[in-house]
Design a protein around this ligand. Structure first.
Ligand code: NAP
Ligand code: MG
Length: 484
């Protein structure tokens, strides 16, 4: 029998009631059930926000150093439980155990970094034109924040939001993706066991379109931080417009790598392979387009095809496996349908493109690493974020044309250039419209203290991570005092 899991609400663990529950299966082997989770509905939103309002009163007035200690203890517990948590992450989401282990460690690092920020300055002292006057600023929490997170990094994405939200003194309702509720509950348990007061972090498992939407517009909520699809992001923006709700969105990407004729190809091929097929292409910073300066096109394509051929696809629990399944049957079907559509529109499939159905793979949502080629800027494989292991390649006749192709997207999350020419590298950092730029490094893999977020339709103006990440979760109060 698989386990029945509970939400943390107001400091108590609360399981499913009646038939309001849902099950999650292992995407590498759908004959295994991971667990059963409460399916909360719209009608539960107000009670959970009330629980968070209850937690806020104590947490916001607690000394920041004490808040920091809880975060550091949370990190220590995550590291202590790393093996169990990483294994559950692989079982529920599908990524390899190596990827899951790295993610668990990153989640701990988010709490370590933000716990350490407890000792950072809380504001500035400013000059004043008046005699004997002192002016200073202070950062304050904004209140109850709702965090809505996707399934692809189900520990790191909530941790990236929880760390700054909590150190600033806010209380939280976390609505995790339904495919990966267990990872979020591991985070909640670590926070609870670390001594977080009741109601400061509350979890709300259940469908996004019901409990997620209701939380995002519930009374008493000061901010919503959302990571996920552009479609849901736009719905949230539409509903928040005209209200004082603060909204942060981290949305999609169609990240390109540009390989110039002077590139070190060993470096480029390794970086593109890891960023295209790592985590089965299910990262917002995955490389999904490759643009190659013409003389190198055939060589780059040949080498990428060889790498795709040699990648071992299977259950992430098998240590030899390099690429796990897609997260779900729906996601697999969507990616395969997009590949078929791209082909119908004239793109060539150079490798892969199909589901794996042999005996080792038929119980999971596996597909081959895929390479497509098209020079059509309207082709779906060039335009859409497929969120799967699909790389689309094209050539450019000059470096300038390459830059134009990189920018040829409504997204602007991450981009990479491979070159040994410093001037070209520098121009790339200046001319590319993306929040994250890599030179001779993968588009993915940003550390927890580095400001993170997209330009254009990839996200809102609020950055995540680093000191800048505190901006969304705090408001600045300016204080003037006469001391004469
Ligand atoms: P999604 O549908 O946007 O879901 C993200 C989160 O929002 C989940 O917790 C989801 O809950 C919730 N949600 C869904 N509908 C909602 C609504 N109407 N109101 C409030 N919350 C709602 O994204 P997804 O289904 O996980 O993935 C779909 C696509 O999103 C991917 O193919 C990819 O393009 C993109 N994506 C981007 C990133 C990124 O980091 N930029 C990450 C993941 C996915 P449920 O799980 O219960 O539906
Ligand atoms: Mg969805």
């Amino acid at each position: 029998m698989s386990e029945v899991y509970e939400n943390l609400i107001g400091g108590r663990w609360i399981g499913p009631t009646g038939d309001r529950r849902f099950e999650r299966k292992n995407p590498a082997d759908v004959t295994e059930t991971i667990g059963t989770f409460p399916a909360l509905g719209s009608e539960d939103a107000d009670d959970i926000v009330d629980a968070a309002l209850g937690g806020l009163a104590e947490w916001r007035t607690m000394k920041v150093l004490d808040r920091g200690r809880v975060l550091l203890q949370t990190a220590a517990l995550l590291r202590e439980r790393l093996d169990e948590i990483a294994r559950d992450l692989t079982r529920e989401m599908g990524k390899t155990l190596a990827e899951a282990t790295a993610e668990t460690s990153a989640a701990a690092a988010f709490f370590e970094y933000n716990g350490g920020l407890a000792r950072a300055p809380e504001g500035d002292v400013l000059p004043d034109r008046r005699d004997d006057a002192l002016v200073w600023t202070r950062r304050e929490p904004i209140g109850v924040v709702v965090l809505i997170t996707p399934w692809n990094d189900p520990l790191a994405t909530p941790a990236r939001k929880l760390g700054p939200a909590l150190i600033c003194g806010n209380s939280v309702v976390l609505k995790p993706a339904s495919y990966t509720a267990l990872s979020a509950l591991h985070l909640a348990r670590a926070l609870h066991d670390a001594g977080l007061p009741p109601g400061v972090v509350n979890t709300a498992t259940g469908s996004g379109s019901t409990i997620g939407a209701a939380l995002a517009s519930a009374r008493g909520v000061a901010g919503v931080s959302f990571t996920g699809s552009n479609e849901v992001g736009a719905q949230l923006q539409g509903r928040a417009a005209g209200s004082s709700l603060r909204l942060q969105t981290e949305l999609g990407g169609k990240n390109a790598a540009l390989v110039l004729r002077d590139a070190d190809l060993d470096v480029a091929i390794d970086a593109i392979t890891s960023a295209a097929w790592g985590q089965t292409g299910q990262r917002c910073t995955s490389t999904s387009r490759v643009i190659v300066e013409e003389p190198l096109m055939d060589e780059v394509v040949d080498r990428l095809v060889k790498r795709a051929e040699s990648l071992r696809v299977g259950s992430g629990l098998d240590p030899r496996v390099e690429m796990g399944p897609l997260v779900s049957a729906e996601q697999l079907d969507q990616v395969l349908a997009a590949v078929a559509e791209g082909r119908a529109q004239g793109a060539e499939v150079l490798f892969g493109g199909e589901r794996l159905v042999d005996e080792d793979h038929r119980d999971g949502h596996f597909m081959a690493p895929t390479i497509m080629s098209t020079a059509d800027p309207q082709n779906v494989a060039w335009v859409e974020e497929l969120f799967g292991p699909v790389l689309t390649v094209r050539s450019a006749s000059t470096p300038e044309e390459g830059v134009e192709f990189v920018n040829q997207s409504r997204y602007g999350l991450s981009a990479a250039v491979f070159t040994t020419d410093l001037r070209r590298a520098f121009a790339f950092t200046r001319d590319i419209e993306a929040g994250q730029i890599s030179i001779n490094l993968p588009t993915a893999g940003w550390d927890v203290h580095v400001p993170f977020g997209g330009f254009k339709e990839s996200g809102s103006a609020f950055r995540e991570q680093g000191v800048e990440g505190l901006g969304f979760y705090s408001r600045t109060k300016s204080i003037a005092m006469y001391g004469g």
